[in-house]
Design a protein around this ligand. Structure first.
Ligand SMILES: Nc1nc2c(ncn2[C@@H]2O[C@H](COP(=O)(O)OP(=O)(O)OP(=O)(O)O)[C@@H](O)[C@H]2O)c(=O)[nH]1
Length: 333
């Protein structure tokens, strides 16, 4: 269940105390603007690290860019590629992405390995893409993060099975003519992020969804719409219902997160894995995983799921829910 609960707007209150949702402890944020705004002392950072939902990160491979820019420019020589249909690329050279071209875009090594899921973060500037990616990568804010680059690969266990994810935080609309087209073509899944405190970024997210649909017309790639900064309660401009409704209209999954609180970030990336598996793997394999997960669920979680079903049934918003019942459930198609 997605929660909107959070402290008051930390952007307006320096040295605000954030409750740490993962550990239940209180974590001191050194003001600024949340996840990336915390550039306090080492002890403070230690505490933040302790609240990482996955715990200490395993050895991390970081790359500054997933593809060699020179190779790409050569490949993009006029005539080499035709229009991708994203509407973002062509200034002179036309872009074209052949079906299944994602493999040819990878930098080799594990990128071209089908078992590594490539996840692209898209969204307007400042919505928290890097903050989410760094939490996934287990990288602290600060100079280390700046040096780390924009690609994070990591294996996580989801439903009892390991999954390798390569998370690309390389989306920059104005960085050049080719990058948006590449981003739209190379992902096995897309995370479109907006900030719940910025209506414009929400509108941008819808635009990106349309662009993606055009770019990947024939592919059934998972897309997850993410309303980030849910901790900034007082400056919220986009409601939870608006986010959900948008996901229903655009036929994608939806979750609200707070990178500052590490809230729902783990659920997001686990959901990405589930969405990819649901499309790639057999029904039997997915059913087996889900059965295993249900067996492992605590009594509390089972009770919560049961109550959730009853509440949904009795809700006055039944009509809306019936239509959107699965957009916030990242474990079903
Ligand atoms: N309060 C709060 N602040 C956040 C959250 N996520 C990110 N921020 C802050 O928002 C600012 C922008 O975050 P980034 O992660 O750099 O956003 P981005 O989307 O990668 O931005 P670009 O690199 O410009 O595309 C930083 O100051 C972050 O600390 C959040 O969940 N809550």
């Amino acid at each position: 269940m997605v929660s909107n609960q959070g402290p008051s707007d930390p952007g307006s209150v320096p040295n605000h105390l954030y409750p740490d949702t993962a550990s239940g402890a209180m974590t001191l944020n050194g003001g600024g603007s949340g996840a990336g705004g915390n550039r306090g002392g080492g002890r403070e950072r230690e505490r933040r690290r302790g609240s990482t939902p996955w715990g200490p990160a395993p050895p991390l491979h970081r790359r500054s860019m997933p593809v060699d820019e020179r190779d790409l420019q050569a490949a993009l020589a006029p005539g080499a590629l035709a229009a991708a249909g994203t509407g973002t690329g062509a200034q002179g050279a036309t872009l074209e992405w052949h079906e299944g071209s994602s493999e040819s875009l990878s930098s080799g090594g594990s990128d071209s390995d089908e078992s590594v899921y490539k996840v692209l973060l898209l969204g307007a500037p400042g919505v928290g893409k890097s903050a989410l990616a760094r939490i996934f990568g287990g990288v602290e804010d600060g100079p280390e993060a700046e040096a780390a680059g924009h690609t994070y690969d990591r294996s996580i266990i989801v439903d009892g099975e390991e999954a390798s994810l390569m998370v690309y935080d390389i989306w920059e609309q104005d960085s050049g003519r080719w990058l948006p087209g590449h981003c739209m073509a190379m992902g096995d899944a897309y995370v479109i992020v907006y900030s719940v405190t910025d209506k414009e970024s929400f509108e941008k997210a819808s635009e990106l969804r349309v662009q993606l649909r055009r770019a990947r017309q024939t592919d059934d790639v998972p897309i997850i719409l993410v309303g980030n900064k849910s901790d900034l309660v007082r400056s919220r401009e986009v409601s939870l219902d608006e986010g959900r409704a948008c996901a229903v209209v655009f036929d994608c999954k939806f979750i609200e997160t707070s990178a500052a609180l590490h809230h729902n970030v783990q659920a997001l990336f686990e959901g990405v894995v589930r969405q990819i598996r649901l499309r790639r793997d057999s029904k039997e394999a997915n059913a087996r995983r889900q059965a295993g997960t249900r067996r492992r669920e605590s009594l509390g979680k089972k009770a919560k799921r049961f109550l959730g079903r009853i509440v949904a049934r009795n809700s006055r918003k039944m009509a809306f829910r019936a239509k959107s019942k699965s957009c916030h459930d990242l474990s079903v198609l």
